[in-house]
Design a protein around this ligand. Structure first.
Ligand SMILES: Cc1cc2nc3c(=O)[nH]c(=O)nc-3n(C[C@H](O)[C@H](O)[C@H](O)COP(=O)(O)OP(=O)(O)OC[C@H]3O[C@@H](n4cnc5c(N)ncnc54)[C@H](O)[C@@H]3O)c2cc1C
Length: 467
């Protein structure tokens, strides 16, 4: 490929695609380099047994800002469907609708648990977190009855450590979910007569969540972006006049500006000049949780009428099982089979990471049995392993992040963004808005407005995100 560009974007996930598209629309010459053989990052879809599936449960937030939603509607037209949520969560021995409905909670939970939830809720105004950890903050908000059954076990499965070792930052980012449980709790105090959380809705593309990133990639290509897949970046070298970006197959291109959505520790490792030893050590302590996705093909039609099932139960490592065809209304989806997607967050050193497909399918079967879900008539199973999925906010991670981020902010002509680049547990709408803001911070003379970008970054870090 070679060549010289106004902007080189590293990573063709939602953030990279949107940035490349918007910059090309402004008339910039843009190259987009992606390690995988396809675009889309975590938001991509692919086919299993003729059914389009996502990499875990994905939905577009119904509160996506109007201008962004309008761009996405412009790309997808009527294929961007508004859907009613049909999710459930396991609480004790029951499956409850999400967002929680006070009447259902009051009817289905055992009286002893209800009494504890109601007491916790009544006392919530007087509780203060005793320390700055996820455990303390969430307990103070939802009470111990719900924490011990839902948030504690979910957090431990998701992050691989108990809530008292997780930073309170995660609690802040789960505000929306906490709200739904508090509404239910308060309503129970009023004997189930109160208002419940509003029924949930979301946007979802007709042929899978990945349709969204595929349409962004087409728009970017039409606007002139050169997208190159199977181009793993292994060196970013900053010189006085430009930045040189090299890929593993020894291609070198140069740019006036680079947007990197690489994981921050990777950028620290491959950048020249290299960061200080202290920053490298700090970056090595920034960890990401991996994710194992198990796709089980079920013969005989839909498996359930629900889109997803959240599973806090500590007896299984599976945190959620989704059924992609239930997220959309697509007449082209097969009617004689469906696919379940089980999400297993883990470390790459965990035993489960090395299990073969059949053993993982058995693990899913066990999970269904443990949680009272219907069995599957399994005809096929396949798995995907993703190494870097969730930034882990262990208590005290803030100092390490700040150290590496301070270095990254000072690299000339290089801007970090996206989920991995900012070590941010973001949603796709936030990743896209980040990309828009980054491109808008490029001045007409090609220089990057660090002030405008810093203001935008502060906004992302303040906003809440459950994924
Ligand atoms: C299980 C799960 C459920 C989710 N559910 C939702 C949801 O319901 N709603 C929602 O809005 N969001 C959801 N998200 C979040 C959403 O997927 C992310 O917000 C979004 O994908 C982030 O986009 P990004 O571009 O910042 O990062 P990524 O999607 O991670 O993209 C980064 C890209 O960089 C590439 N890359 C990495 N290293 C290199 C290299 N050396 N050279 C070149 N390229 C490289 C990667 O291959 C990848 O394509 C979910 C995420 C997960 C994991």
């Amino acid at each position: 490929m070679g060549g010289s560009y106004d902007l080189i974007v590293i990573g063709a996930g939602p953030a990279g695609l949107a940035a490349a598209w918007r910059a090309a629309q402004r008339g910039m010459k843009v190259a987009l380099l992606e390690r995988a053989d396809h675009v889309g990052g975590l938001a991509a879809s692919f086919e299993v047994a003729g059914v389009r599936v996502d990499q875990g449960s994905h939905r577009l937030d119904p509160n996506t800002p109007a201008h962004l939603l309008s761009d996405l509607q412009g790309l997808l037209g009527s294929d961007l469907q508004h859907r009613r949520r049909s999710s459930r969560i396991r609480m004790g021995e029951q499956w409850l609708t999400l967002p929680l409905r006070a009447d259902e909670v009051a009817r289905r939970l055992p009286p002893s648990l209800l009494a504890r939830v109601a007491r916790d809720s009544a006392l919530s105004a007087f509780r203060r977190a005793e320390s700055d950890t996820y455990d303390a903050v969430v307990r103070s908000r939802v009470g111990s009855a719900i924490y011990d059954r839902v948030y504690g076990p979910l957090a431990e499965k998701q992050w691989g450590m108990p809530g008292d070792r997780i930073s309170s930052e995660h609690a802040r980012r789960h505000t929306a979910r906490l709200g739904a449980l508090r509404v239910a709790g308060r309503a129970m105090v009023r004997s189930g007569r109160g208002k419940s959380a509003k029924p949930g809705g979301y946007y979802y593309p007709r042929t899978g969540f990945g349709q969204l990133v595929e349409s962004l990639a087409s728009a970017a290509t039409d606007a002139g972006v050169e997208i190159r897949c199977e181009a793993e970046v292994d060196r970013v070298r900053v010189t006085e006049e430009e930045v040189e970006v090299s890929t593993q197959d020894s291609d070198v291109i140069t740019g006036g500006l680079v947007f990197s959505t690489l994981p921050l520790p990777v950028l620290a490792r491959i950048s020249r000049p290299a960061p200080s030893l202290t920053s490298i050590e700090s970056s090595a302590r920034l960890r990401y949780r991996a994710m194992l996705l198990v796709y089980v093909v079920h013969e005989g039609g839909r498996w359930t009428p629900h889109d997803s099932h959240d599973i806090p139960d500590p007896r299984t490592p599976v945190v959620r099982i989704s059924e992609p065809t239930n997220y959309r209304d697509n007449p082209d989806d097969p009617t004689d089979r469906s696919v379940l997607c089980a999400e297993i967050p883990c470390a790459m050193t965990d035993e489960v990471w090395g299990l073969d497909d059949e053993s993982l399918a058995d693990l899913v079967d066990e999970t269904l049995g443990l949680t009272g879900l219907p069995g599957v008539r399994r005809s096929h199973v396949e798995t995907r392993r993703i190494g870097q999925v969730y930034p882990i906010y262990r208590a005290g991670y803030e100092n390490d992040f700040s150290d590496v981020d301070t270095w990254a902010r000072m690299i000339r002509r290089v801007v970090t963004l996206g989920r991995q680049g900012l070590f941010l547990l973001d949603n796709i709408d936030q990743a896209l808005l980040m990309a828009y803001d980054a491109v808008d911070a490029i001045r007409d003379d090609g220089r990057f407005d660090r002030y405008a970008w810093t203001v935008a970054r502060e906004r992302f870090h303040r906003s809440a995100s459950p994924h």
